[in-house]
Every structure is written in C-alpha cells, then in structure tokens.
Ligand binder design. Structure first.
Ligand code: F0G
Length: 424
C-alpha cells in the first residue's frame, strides 16, 4: 500500500488542531475532537485499494477495520491491537423482510464481532491509540457493550482498564465479559449518564485515557461498519441505513463515513440515515420532531438497556449526520422492539433488544410511508443475542412480553412424554 494519508485532529467547535499523540479527547475549549483525512487517491483508485486489501496478505487486511486503515488511522496500521474484527455478514431473510413490509430489507450483523457488538470496531482503534500514547490506564462509561469490548482489547494490549457501569442495569452477558477479561468493573449507583459524567471527571483528574465514543478514534473505527456495508453493496448504496441510537456515537460515525465516502467519490449518492430510539429514551427523536431546536435530556427508561441513555454526548454530530443525509429520527415502543427481536430471533439470526430497534424502526417507517416498498434498506444489528439472556427468558417465560412465546416444556423422562409434546 502507498504512503499514509494526511491526517489531522481538529476541534469541532474552534477548529484548533491537536497533536496526533495527545491524551486529550476534548479540546481545551470543551469541543469534541475530530480526525480529518486527506486520502492520496479518491474514486475508483480508492475503491480498488479497499477491494484489493480484502484478499491481500499480511494479516492486517484480515481486519474489517484496518483494511480501511488509511482513512481510519493511517499512522497505526502496522501496530494495531486487533483480534481481528469486522467482516460481519449481510443477511436477507424472506420472513423478516415480509414482516417489515420491505422486500429489500437486509440486516448487517455487528454481533459477529469478537466480543459480540459493533464496539470492537471503535475499540481496536482507540486501544491502539492508547498504546501509542503509552497510556497508564484506559476507562469508559458504558451500558455494557463498550465495557466488554474495552476489557477485551485492553487485556490484549496489556493496559489496565477501568469500566463504569450503572448498577443493576447491565445485561448479564456483557457484565460477564468485563469481569472475565479482567477490567476493574465499577458498579455506579446511578444511570449511564451519571457514569459518563463521572468517567470524564476521573479522566481529567487522574490522567486516564478515555475511550467512550467522544474519543475521536472510536468514531474512525465505527465508520468501517458503513464502509464495509457499502463494499458489500458493490459501492451502490442502499436507499436507507437504519440503526439504533443511544449516546449517538454511531449515528455520528455513520454520518462522517457517508459524507467522506461521497466526497471522495467512493459512492455516487448518499443513503438516508434512520436513527431509532426507544420511546423511553428518546431525546434525539424529540429534538428531531422540533426541528432540532435543542437537546432536552430525559430520565431514560427502556428494556433495551444498551440504549438507556438520556443525555447523548454526540448530539450535535448526530444532528449533522441526519441533516447531511436527509435522514430521520424516530422512536419505537419497547413492545415493538421486543416483537421485532422475536422475529429476528425466530429467523435464526438473533440479536439483543437495542439492535432490534433498527428493524422495528424500518417497519414503522414503511407503515408510515416514509420508506417505500421497493426501497433497499440495511438495518444494523448492533449486538449478539447472547448479550442479554435475561430478556430472552422473560420474553419466552410467563411474562407475556411477546405475542407468541416459545415456552420451555418440562417432561417426564419417557418416550410417551416426548410424543405428547410432538402431537400437542
Ligand atoms: N446498540 C447497542 C447494542 C449498543 O450497545 C449501543 C450503545 C447502541 C446500539 C447505541 O449506540 O450509543 O453510539 O448511539 N452502547 C453503549 C455502550 C452506550 O456503553 O455499550 P450509540
């Protein structure tokens, strides 16, 4: 591959540049930092480079993130902390498409990443950066997936990790991962928004490198969900990309990826973004319905604990993403999220509740006529079904959370009992 692209780190608000090897995740003015690239080639030549990289040796290109390294973090491609990650499948299931009323609905399953969520795409870059900086420790606030991912990548890099999670609000699979991978796991008496405030204070005071999605390198890695998707569509973009939205890092990353891909001639037009929130945690959807006047934080409550967030940190960037792509923001009720999850699960795919919001949202947008029946729609499933076994138990138990639960059956150890189940 050719020499690295030019890369600078600039403040969103005041435009000041930062050195690449800085521990800051915010500018001195308080603004968020952004990585800006100027690739050495564009259009066909750039497309070809990514297509070639897919099959090339050595193993850096085995990562669905570092394959795009020259527009992610060109200075770290040779020494990345990588599992590898990415390379997640796009799937079409007729039953799911029919349920949503959109023949051309596909899902891209980010739950196939090494720790079971899309967070690995940002974390490989952020932890690589932490190692480049010589960080003494890394930290994040999380609803569970970021912390699971950080715990794993920090273990690989040999850097101590500190994770701040809301006590009693993290799904079992995620908490298990943080503990298993060896992160110091702090159960905060409060919600995610409290955790995020606290970790930012701790980062500043104690000199710990923060890897929440306000970290600019997290966004660079998460851009590759979109880049890989576009490649899987042979660079002929779908009409819509639907994704669940909480802290809005991913919405911001998707917008940046699309704007760059368009500006650099990778794609001829922009797909529209649809960011989907849970109704009980929908400050972004509320702001959208008011013409994005201002963000009014809420006290968040939803069964989709991954997106139980009331004061999203990347609000302004996400507004830009929606505006630039002529996108929409909506919210769906928990019962619709669980109904969508039941359909995704029953199709043999499976996902965690927050991910199902993407499909519930696509269906709602089809019902309201915003998405046309012939539109090509990609819904991003952000996390694996095993992340939240507790909700599956509740959905299929006596709780009545979904229309057609698949109840477990207790039987006597006899052939008659099995026959009775088959007949009945
Ligand atoms: N889906 C899943 C499975 C998530 O874990 C998250 C966020 C989102 C969607 C929303 O993405 O915050 O960028 O808008 N999880 C974070 C965490 C908050 O700590 O794991 P977002």
């Amino acid at each position: 591959m050719s020499e690295p692209t030019a890369m600078t780190i600039v403040c969103d608000d005041c435009g000041t540049t930062q050195p690449e090897l800085s521990t800051r995740t915010r500018c001195t003015c308080g603004g968020l930092l952004l990585v800006r690239h100027v690739p050495t080639v564009t259009g066909d030549a750039l497309r070809r480079r990514f297509d070639d990289a897919c099959c090339a040796r050595p193993s850096r290109t085995a990562s669905g993130v570092w394959r795009f390294g020259e527009i992610v973090q060109p200075l770290a491609m040779a020494d990345a902390v990588s599992h590898p990650e990415g390379n997640t499948p796009v799937m079409h299931r007729a039953a799911l498409a029919a349920w949503a009323g959109i023949d051309g609905l596909v899902v891209k399953h980010e739950g196939y990443n090494p720790t079971g969520s899309f967070k690995d795409r940002g974390m490989t870059v952020a932890v690589t950066q932490a190692r480049r900086l010589g960080a003494r420790a890394v930290a994040c606030a999380s609803t569970g997936n970021t912390s699971a991912s950080l715990a794993s990548y920090a273990a690989q890099a040999g850097i101590p990790a500190l994770v701040f999670v809301p006590e009693g609000q993290v799904a079992m699979g995620k908490l298990a991962q943080s503990l298993a991978y060896g992160a110091r796991t702090l159960m905060v008496r409060g919600d995610f928004d409290d955790c995020l405030r606290l970790v930012q204070e701790a980062g500043d005071a104690l000199g710990i490198y923060l890897v929440n999605s306000i970290n600019p390198f997290r966004l660079e890695g998460q851009k590759t969900i979109v880049l890989e998707l576009l490649r899987q569509f042979d660079w002929d973009p779908p009409d819509w990309i639907c994704l669940p939205a909480g802290n809005l890092g991913n919405t911001a990353a998707f917008g940046k990826a699309l704007e760059e891909a368009h500006a650099w001639g990778l794609i001829p037009r922009l797909p529209r973004l649809a960011a989907i929130q849970a109704s009980g945690a929908a400050p972004f959807a509320a702001a959208f319905s008011r013409g994005f006047d201002t963000l009014v934080p809420v006290q968040a409550e939803t069964l989709a604990t991954a997106i139980r967030i009331g004061a999203p940190a990347s609000y302004r960037r996400a507004v830009r993403a929606i505006t630039a792509t002529n996108g929409v923001v909506l919210h769906v009720e928990d019962r619709d999220i669980l109904e969508a999850k039941a359909r995704i699960d029953a199709a043999g795919i499976g996902c965690e509740p927050a991910s199902a919001a993407a499909v519930a949202g696509a269906r709602a947008l089809r019902s309201s006529g915003v998405i046309q029946p012939t539109d090509r729609v990609a819904a991003i499933l952000t996390g694996h079904v095993l992340k939240d076994p507790g909700i599956v138990e509740r959905m299929h138990g006596a709780g009545g959370l979904i229309e057609a639960p698949n109840r477990p059956v207790t039987i006597d150890p006899t052939l008659e009992a099995i026959s009775a189940v088959i007949d009945g």
